[in-house]
Design a protein around this ligand. Sequence first.
Ligand code: SF4
Length: 389
Amino acid sequence: MTDSVSNSDATAAPAGEKINLLGLPEAKLVAFFETLGEKRFRAAQVLKWIHQLGVDNFDEMTNISKALREKLKSQCEIRAPEVLRQLDSTDGTRKFLIRVTGGSVVETVFIPDGERGTLCVSSQVGCSLDCSFCATGKQGFNRDLSAAEIIAQVWIAAKSFGQLAPNGPRKVTNVVMMGMGEPLMNFDNVVDAMNLMMHDNAYGISKRRVTLSTSGVVPQLDRLREYTDACLAISLHAPNDELRNELVPINKKYPIAMLLDSAKRYIESLPDTHRKITIEYTLIDHVNDRPEHARQLAELLRDVPVKINLIPFNPFNLSNYKRVSNNAMRRFQDILMQEGYITTVRTTRGDDIDAACGQLAGEVNDITKRSQRYKAQFSQAEPVTIVTQ
Ligand code: SF4
């Protein structure tokens, strides 16, 4: 396993721009320092300054010689994107609206749960995959985030809690690549950022606490084990291809059987044998929440090491789907548990700050043709329900 997709672009800042060290994993930082004729251990020193102490000013790096600091200042920068807004929910959920280069806005959400603090990180501005229940999908695709813009979300959140300081509280304990965008469509930058999350000289988060969630880009999923051993979640949302084609259109290209085979290959490649794939299943009223869907799902996953996370659909503008009833959700969970599956229900958090992914940034990023099209359609649409039996 290598900790970076390529080292060749470590010094590849566009002409006239400085190299942003924030997004370089250790292998690329080592390569960079070697180009300066410096020892490899400089990479570890700089990683710790940036990611453990939150430093963005070379003058504060006191174990680095003044001459090297001057050289770094002339060629490099440590630059996080601007936090446009920070919203704090009464339940402790904290949401960041982050303006990236070019003016687009992405969302990052911190969700506390006892000792655990999970950060939901975005990988793209918008998303090209257009899942029918997803607020981000309605925006269309704008661009991939750089590795610096991805890891900056962890840096910004951790700093906001005073974590990046000597003996700072360890608030961000888990990361899920489950925010805006499909992470596997931005493979190289996501791998670099995830490896920084897990690196001992950066955030040191356990590989069991960093999760990549994909809707099923199978060729990229097949490559993933060469670069990371993080946890895997599959955004499934339907127990058969007919329904999944409606909800997650990439299923037409990579159907469920192909996706589950690929996910199994990934999980079986990991050295520790007890890990399970998390199956994400958004329950939508009268769409995919019937008992027969639960039974089909149980049958489908029979030979796959999984735990199942049920997510009640969170209604948003531009969607006619409705939230699942509590009864239907409990019935769905009961069936899966009777079939022997560990099945949890994600509780809704941060209602007072619109914490569901894509809701606020969508209002800011109202720029793509797709978002305009959905708005036009929605203003004329009749309510829609899909029920497959
Ligand atoms: S659910 Fe994920 S993959 Fe699907 S449109 Fe939304 S962000 Fe993209």
